[in-house]
Write a protein that binds this ligand. Structure first.
Ligand SMILES: Nc1ncnc2c1ncn2[C@@H]1O[C@H](COP(=O)(O)OP(=O)(O)O)[C@@H](O)[C@H]1O
Ligand SMILES: [Mg+2]
Length: 372
């Protein structure tokens, strides 16, 4: 069952359209991540669901009820913001207790629930402290505590980890996932960080310029990006792009690139030819391949070789090595094992896993292959 449905949800600020008739379903109990670059409409979408922003067109349904005109406090939603929005002059106890105090719940019950919540988040020793005496991570936990104490039907989080340092961010990421699995509260989580999206989301919504470009589980989005933008935005380091031409001749399909010409395997050929956008003759395309699908081998090992390249920059990461290879006018990044990594200026044979090449329409940028 979908707990939240957005139908043609639109937001104008003056003449500018921040959210462009998006359609979205959040399923019962899921952790849905909205990801996209700054300014793409993530916060606006979340604030409309929360009721903090009016809807210009379209509708929002929660549990089947249109809530466009329902006051935020009657939506049974809790929101966690990037800046935490805590009361600095109050102590931790009162910040967490606040949503219950507002609802005039008896103080004995409040006490029990604050203690339970603090225990869940490991902040019991901090209850008497003032907010300004807390570290960033501790403040984040208090903000989470204030949101979960009410056990709302929906959790909204807007970049809740952006103010934390890298290490703490990874730790809090895990804590939030554990907490969500434990409480099973439907959650919409907004971030500009694709790693957060991939690691945390049951499903991911990729937005750009007020539009939803793709919705899917992380693996599908990674393996079958709907278009060039999603392909480059998800995955680090980003997918390599290069120009190519697909040529159909006598029922055979081949790919010509600036560094070599390749016959495509029958299954790939069949799937590409099923696409009406590919006519007979020649079609210019933008090709994409992820760094892990590019290999480098010393020139002596001809069997891997599909193109001759020169190693430019080599970036060791410990577990992997990023190898930048120049192939004529193209540059490809390969992610290789440290044991087989070439050195700068080496001549190498570059191997591309042909079955893993993505083909994008030159004009629209759309992926020409149907879902794998
Ligand atoms: N209160 C506002 N008034 C005018 N424009 C706004 C307002 N809030 C957001 N915008 C604009 O709407 C677009 C989407 O903003 P936002 O939803 O905050 O993006 P994101 O959260 O993805 O970074 C941006 O172009 C932003 O400048
Ligand atoms: Mg935002």
């Amino acid at each position: 069952m979908a707990i939240v449905v957005c139908r043609n949800l639109t937001k104008f600020y003056g003449d500018g359209r921040a959210v462009n008739a998006i359609n979205l379903e959040v399923r019962e109990g899921e952790f849905l991540v909205i990801v996209g670059p700054s300014g793409c409409g993530k916060t606006t979408t979340l604030r409309m669901i929360a009721g903090l922003e009016t809807v210009s067109a379209g509708e929002i349904l929660i549990d089947g009820e249109v809530v466009n005109r329902v006051e935020p406090r009657h939506r049974d939603i809790a929101m966690v913001f990037q800046n935490y929005a805590l009361y600095p002059h109050k102590n931790v106890y009162d910040n967490i207790a606040y949503p219950l105090q507002l609802r005039r719940i008896p103080s004995a019950e409040i006490k029990t629930r604050v203690q339970e919540t603090a225990k869940l988040l490991g902040i019991e020793p901090l209850l008497a402290r003032k907010i300004r005496q807390l570290s960033g991570g501790e403040r984040q936990r208090v903000a989470l505590g204030r949101a979960i104490i009410r056990q709302p039907r929906l959790f909204l989080m807007d970049e809740p980890l952006s103010n934390l340092d890298a290490q703490l961010r990874i730790q809090m990421r895990r804590e939030i996932i554990r907490l969500q699995r434990q409480l099973q509260i439907t959650t919409v989580y907004v971030t500009h960080d694709q790693v957060e999206a991939m690691t945390m989301g049951d499903r991911i919504v990729v937005m750009r310029g007020g539009d939803v470009l793709q919705v899917g589980d992380p693996v599908t989005i990674y393996n079958a990006p709907a278009n060039q933008f999603v392909a480059r935005f998800i995955g680090s380091p980003p997918m390599n792009l290069f120009d190519g031409t697909l040529t159909t001749m006598d029922g055979e399909l081949s790919l010509q690139t600036g560094f070599g010409s390749y016959a495509l395997a029958p299954d790939l050929r069949a799937r590409l030819l099923a696409n009406p956008r590919l006519g007979m003759g020649q079609t210019k395309v933008t090709c994409g391949i992820r760094p892990e699908d590019v290999t480098t081998a010393p020139s002596a090992h001809e069997k891997l070789g599909v193109a001759q390249g020169t190693v430019d920059l080599v970036e060791p990461l410990g577990s992997d090595v990023y190898v930048n290879v120049v192939l004529g006018r193209d540059m490809l990044l390969a992610r290789v094992n440290p044991e087989n990594a070439p050195k700068e200026n080496d001549q190498v044979q570059v191997g591309l896993t042909l079955g893993k090449i993505h083909f994008f329409d030159e004009e629209s940028g759309n992926n020409l292959l149907p879902l794998r």
